[in-house]
Design a protein around this ligand. Sequence first.
Ligand SMILES: Nc1ncnc2c1ncn2[C@@H]1O[C@H](COP(=O)(O)OP(=O)(O)O)[C@@H](O)[C@H]1O
Ligand SMILES: [Mg+2]
Length: 165
Amino acid sequence: MTRFRWRIESPEAMAALGDAFGRHVRGGEVFRLHGNLGAGKTQWVKGLGQGLGVPEVINSPSFALIKPHQGRLALHHVDFYRLTNPRECEDLALEDLIAPDAVMAIEWAERDPNFHGWDAIDLSFEFGEEDHVRHVAIECRVLSHDNLTHEVIEEAGFIQGVTAL
Ligand SMILES: Nc1ncnc2c1ncn2[C@@H]1O[C@H](COP(=O)(O)OP(=O)(O)O)[C@@H](O)[C@H]1O
Ligand SMILES: [Mg+2]
């Protein structure tokens, strides 16, 4: 398993990080996003959508638990912030939406009781020491996810604040 952490100094840089993932994902990836309200999860997904070529601007799914988008690949944006009953997760049957031509990003993923069941990429968002700073840690357990992360790290100049953990 490999772990890295980025220091992200603006909302735009957070979207740029997501964008880089959007351009490099192969399809089939599930991103589980962890972190408190305002930590930047949705901002990252906005960028993921841009990188995938989703035409509309991505916002929080608000009252729906899941919102579908279509770019180069399908993007299933899931947000369990308003989950009241874990059985709602079963009804969504998210496993059925994991496909080679789709990626999934799940905010508040730890609220899903099946949380441990997937071979997912975990991203943890934390507040930094200043208002405009966030830290994003990534954990990859599979070689292909590791390769993806390295492509993202190598690509962009804004990702200078990356540390191997
Ligand atoms: N470095 C940063 N990265 C991401 N968001 C930031 C950053 N600095 C400030 N922000 C602000 O923090 C908020 C993040 O909100 P959001 O992405 O919706 O969080 P979450 O989905 O984790 O609840 C936005 O208002 C954004 O403008
Ligand atoms: Mg959010």
